[in-house]
Unconditional design. Structure first.
Lengths: 591, 496
């Protein structure tokens, strides 16, 4: 009970700090809110001092940040600084649209995840899972698809050219399908990939063998296997749901959905603090609710086993995917880079703009007549190094903080709930606009899902029988951590981190418009995607090339992750030979 | 169990409906019946609840909701609107004669109502852009006259009163002290009936409009901020008119659906004359000579622009005939690896591309160029403080009032509030001040052109392109008002 109260207090503390930080944002970033409000109201208007003074008086800015904070702490959300309209109804309405979009996207994600796991489930149910596993590169490619690209392709092809579904608006169920697909496909790919990672281990557990021996139909075994794996994924599913609510800006813009992502983005840029605070508060509360729900669902699914420490461990000794796939992907990527490096990525020739692929320009040219192949190749090094560096840092932080779930839990879902632009603004406010700021801003968010994943895995692992046994044999907690817990959690979390690598490259590019990160004409991959997006229909090659490169990177990362698996224990090193009943064996040993 | 499901489904439906946007097509058909409703996609959602004193005023005027005492004609001269005529009584006083008209709420447009409406505008804080630095009083005069007196002589008052932010609204619009409500209180051919926040609005025809009944029975407006989304809406037939189609999307529309109009918006390269490399006039001249403006109009803007000739483009119809060559230009010096920062913003998608082309052109001439691209509101303060050596800016040259001189004063004089080039030149100031004092339209234009030549002579401004705006017009839609001043779009004759 005391634990719960402390957690609640911690959560409330984070939220309060956040709301205060937003309230102080203009003073921290030294950006005059009167100016940003004026620009949001009327971009053409010259900011002469009399006008700014009037706006300051109108908004009560001269009273300083603390008077405003005091007002907000009294629970008065007030009126929007921009429009003067009541904040609460506007934010609630946007939240409604966002929640609906999120629900639809989750449904799509569930279907996608199910399709990705279908093969494993089928084979597992048949008891034929041993041996080689597919590298899962299809799902990695899907997970690497930038949302805005999927969204614009869907809007153009399905909405405009085929005319099957409306390409614009938010007026009824028919309008939800395309945006939900754009958001749900990548999310479902990540979730499906994670689930697919866990399933074989579940099928290798003794109960599955026993059930099969008993003659239970494969269907029920598969169902139970899913039930067994879901709790490890629930926190991440919750995070996805939350992230889709505040972070769906691109999709909301392309389909013109009046959601919370756009509302908070506009408020963040205009420093419309009342709306920003109310929106953030709504998102943070939603995050808390989603986490609570995920925890509840986890308890419903495997609660008693968790409580009694009666779970078998899930990290099955999967044989590393010893396929040629990583070499194929890596080789292809290297080939593209090698072909492109001798070319000129910056030389523009506006007479040659938007040319389709030809011998002279194998990947075509972009909106300014630059060679796309050269730009993809030259951007590779920067993009890869930076994204890898951030991923590594996020992995380290994520695992470390994942070890302290009580501390990190509320922090994780609060951070994931925040709109990325707001995080970037807050980071800029704290550390200033240096060259490291974009990496920091992205890193601040990137560790959170990894921490959630780590703590979910550890929670299960701690409840595993062999831990009890090891402890019974006199192992201290340090030994447990080093030899049992971390080896169990690290491999899936590492794969997870790699799976998110393309996403990090994209997130970096999305900060450019705040003046952070790579500036044009740098051929950074995220920037390539962003600058060619307007031409997606006329010159698809200019977006497809960097998107394919990112997807290739995702596939490479995921398939190669099979090779970086940490051996579980020295004496179990020769793990390459698939063992039919590995866990049972270990139980016997441990017991 | 089944009953429970049914019940929950029934309960869920209204909840879900609440989560969708309302489409705004429930405007009741006009009692006189004929004419179908127009569907319009506008680019800028109302920022201030359609307050007539800010930029939202343009939305109201583009939709034919509000009217002022005067309007702008095609040549940028004041034309009659609610006032049928006017005359200057002395330096500071003008007398406007009203025509017979009604407000949409049924009350009559009386001199008292007009005077009250103008007085409300003068009291608005922040002041409407058209009234910046102007003190005026309006009084009813007899049964049809409104006398407007300014504190200082104002030779362009009729132009000023054409500003959408000085539209005339009935007394009821001001009933709620806090905000002005244009819904049903204006005089235009269309009457706002419902506003769905910043997503949509519904308008019905105002049958008693003084200029006659509009042909369309109403207008359903959607505010769609994303340019691609607007183009898509037009292509799928979801709307009949879509404003401001981005250049990159224009090719996707059929030939007949894209209508280009020259606008008064000029994109220029502004060089910082106060600090940094371009303090040196010789380097400014070198930069000017390095820029090849034809590329921008032809390639970056795909022909939807005209190559830069001066501060005023071809949309300012009188400018070309009165243009004089810039004088007193410095001789270009060798750039010799001078490092400069070139900044621009990405709110207009073409500007980063323009900046990248400029970068290459300047580098060819020997400069070393760093690009800085940000969102506009994150950039402006630095730009006004002179933190950048060069800046690419798209600027409406007939801002707010339609008066050509005001943009020169604010952008290029020592005291100008929007002087990104940090230009402070005695000759320029003198020429602008001279132009500001002239009342006669023609002479004022001559003086403006003299001032333009002075400004261009300093090489602080290099005009790059004069932008055309692309309006998407659905097949079968007639009578859309393609206005170089971007103040009108839907009018009495617009129909489909």
């Amino acid at each position: 009970m005391r634990n719960r109260a402390a957690a609640l207090l911690w959560r409330a503390g984070i939220t309060a700090v956040l709301v205060c930080a937003i309230g102080l944002l203009p003073w921290l970033t030294r950006t005059d809110p009167a100016l940003t409000v004026l620009k949001a109201r009327s971009a053409e208007r010259a900011p002469d001092p009399a006008v700014l003074a009037d706006i300051r008086a109108q908004l009560g800015l001269d009273e300083g940040p603390f008077r405003l904070l005091a007002k907000w702490l009294r629970g008065d959300a007030g009126r929007s600084w921009l429009s003067g309209a009541e904040v609460t109804p506007a934010v609630l309405q946007a939240l409604g649209a966002s929640l609906l979009l999120m629900a639809a996207a989750l449904a799509v994600a569930a279907v996608t995840a199910a399709l990705i796991c279908a093969r494993t489930l089928w084979r597992g149910a048949q008891g034929r899972l041993g041996g080689r596993r597919a590298g899962g590169s299809g799902s990695a490619v899907l997970a690497a698809l930038p949302e805005f690209l999927t969204a614009s392709v869907l809007a153009t092809v399905v909405g405009v050219q085929l005319g099957w579904l409306p390409a614009l608006g938010w007026y009824g169920p028919r309008w939800t399908i395309l945006p939900a697909l754009a958001l749900g496909l990548p999310a479902g790919a990540v979730l499906g990939r994670l689930l697919d990672d866990l399933l074989p281990a579940a099928f290798a557990e003794p109960w599955a063998l026993a059930a099969a021996a008993r003659g239970l139909p494969g269907r029920s075994i598969a169902r139970q296997a899913i039930r067994r794996c879901l709790p490890g994924l629930l926190p991440n599913t919750g995070l996805f749901a939350v992230g889709l609510t505040g972070g769906a800006v691109a999709v909301e813009q392309i389909f013109d959905i009046p959601g919370l992502g756009r509302t908070t983005l506009q408020a963040a840029l205009a420093q419309d603090l009342p709306v920003l605070q109310a929106g953030t508060l709504a998102l943070v509360l939603l995050a808390a609710a989603a986490t609570g729900l995920a925890a509840l669902a986890g308890r419903l699914l495997i609660g008693p086993a968790l409580r009694d420490g009666a779970l078998p461990s899930l990290h099955g000794p999967m044989p590393p995917a010893r396929t040629l796939q990583p070499f194929a992907y890596g080789g292809l990527l290297a080939l593209v880079i090698a072909l492109g490096l001798p070319r000129d990525p910056l030389g523009l020739d506006t007479g040659e703009r938007l040319r389709p692929p030809s011998l002279q320009h194998p990947f075509g040219t972009d909106g300014l007549g630059r060679d796309v192949l050269a730009r993809v190749a030259h951007g590779a090094l920067d993009t890869l190094l930076l994204a890898l560096g951030i991923s590594a840092a996020a992995l380290l932080t994520g695992v470390l903080l994942g070890l302290l779930p009580r501390l990190s839990g509320p922090l994780v879902d609060t951070i994931v709930a925040l709109p990325p632009v707001l995080v970037a603004l807050l980071v800029t406010a704290v550390v200033g606009g240096g060259p490291a700021t974009p990496a920091l801003a992205v890193g601040t968010v990137a560790w959170a899902p990894l921490a959630a994943h780590t703590s979910a895995l550890l929670r299960q692992e701690r409840a595993a029988l062999h831990i009890t046994a090891t402890r019974g044999l006199g192992a201290d907690s340090w030994y447990l951590l080093r030899h049992e817990l971390l080896p169990a959690a690290l491999p899936p979390v590492t794969r997870h981190a790699l799976l998110r690598l393309p996403g990090i490259a994209l997130a970096l590019a999305s900060l450019t418009f705040l003046g952070l990160g790579a500036q044009p004409p740098t051929p950074e991959w995220g920037l390539l995607l962003a600058e060619n997006q307007p031409y997606a229909e006329r010159a698809p090659w200019a977006v497809l090339a960097p998107a394919a490169a990112l997807a290739l990177l995702g596939a490479l990362a995921v398939t190669a992750a099979g090779g970086v698996r940490v051996p579980r224990r020295k004496r179990r090193a020769p793990v390459e030979v698939p063992q039919p009943q590995p866990r049972t064996k270990e139980f016997v040993e441990a017991g | 169990m089944r009953r429970l499901r049914l019940l929950s489904a029934l309960l869920l439906t209204p909840v879900l409906t609440g989560c969708f946007a309302s489409e705004g097509t429930d405007g009741k058909p006009d009692d006189t019946g004929d004419g179908s409703r127009l569907r319009v996609a506008l680019a800028f959602p109302p920022a201030e609840n359609l307050s007539p004193y800010g930029a939202d005023a343009t939305i109201l005027s583009r939709l034919g909701v509000t009217e002022g005492l005067t309007a702008l004609d095609a040549n940028g001269a004041p034309a009659p609107a609610l006032a049928s005529s006017w005359r200057r009584e002395n330096d500071r006083t003008w007398l406007f004669t009203l025509r017979e008209a009604d407000f949409q709420d049924g009350t009559e447009v009386t001199p008292a109502a007009v005077a009250a409406s103008l007085t409300h505008a003068t009291e608005a804080r922040p002041a409407p852009a058209a009234l910046a630095g102007v003190t005026l009083t309006a009084q009813a005069e007899g049964s049809t006259g409104v006398r407007v007196t300014t504190k200082d002589p104002d030779p362009v008052l009729p132009l000023r009163l054409s500003s959408p932010s000085l539209a005339v609204l009935s007394a009821r619009a001001y009933a709620d002290g806090a905000r002005v409500d244009p819904v049903g209180h204006a005089t235009g051919p269309f009457e706002l009936t419902k506003v769905m926040g910043a997503t949509a609005a519904t308008l019905d025809r105002f049958p008693d409009h003084w200029g006659g009944r509009a042909q369309a029975s109403g207008v359903d407006v959607k505010f769609v901020a994303d340019g691609t989304a607007r183009a898509n809406a037009l292509r799928t037939g979801q709307v009949d008119l879509a404003e401001a189609i981005p250049v990159a999307q224009a090719a996707g529309l059929g030939q007949g659906m894209r209508k280009a109009t020259a606008t008064t918006r000029t994109t220029s390269l502004l060089l910082n004359t106060e600090s940094g490399a371009f303090k040196n006039a010789g380097l400014r001249a070198a930069a000017r000579q390095a820029v090849d403006t034809s590329v921008f109009a032809k390639d970056v803007y795909e022909g939807y622009a005209d190559a830069g000739t001066g501060i005023y483009g071809p949309a300012v119809t009188w400018a070309d005939g009165k243009r004089t060559a810039p004088t007193g230009r410095a001789r270009a010096t060798d750039a010799d690896g001078t490092e400069i920062t070139l900044a621009t913003y990405d709110n207009r998608p073409e500007l980063p591309e323009v900046a990248q082309v400029l970068k290459q052109q300047l580098e060819k001439a020997g400069f070393r160029v760093d690009l800085e691209v940000r969102e506009y509101s994150r950039l402006e303060t630095d730009a006004l403080d002179g933190k950048f050596d060069a800046f690419v800016l798209a600027r409406n040259t007939l801002v707010d009032t339609g008066d050509p001189v005001s943009v020169l004063a604010s952008d290029h004089t020592c005291d100008g509030g929007y002087n990104i080039a940090q230009l402070c030149d005695r000759n320029v100031d003198k020429a602008v001040a001279k132009a500001e004092r002239i009342a006669d339209t023609g002479e004022r234009q001559d003086a403006a052109m003299t001032a333009e030549a002075e400004i261009l002579g300093t090489d602080a401004v290099v005009p790059l392109v004069h932008q055309r705006i692309i309006t998407g017009v659905g097949t079968g839609v007639h009578g859309a008002l393609l206005d170089p001043y971007e103040r009108t779009l839907v009018g009495p004759g617009t129909r489909r």
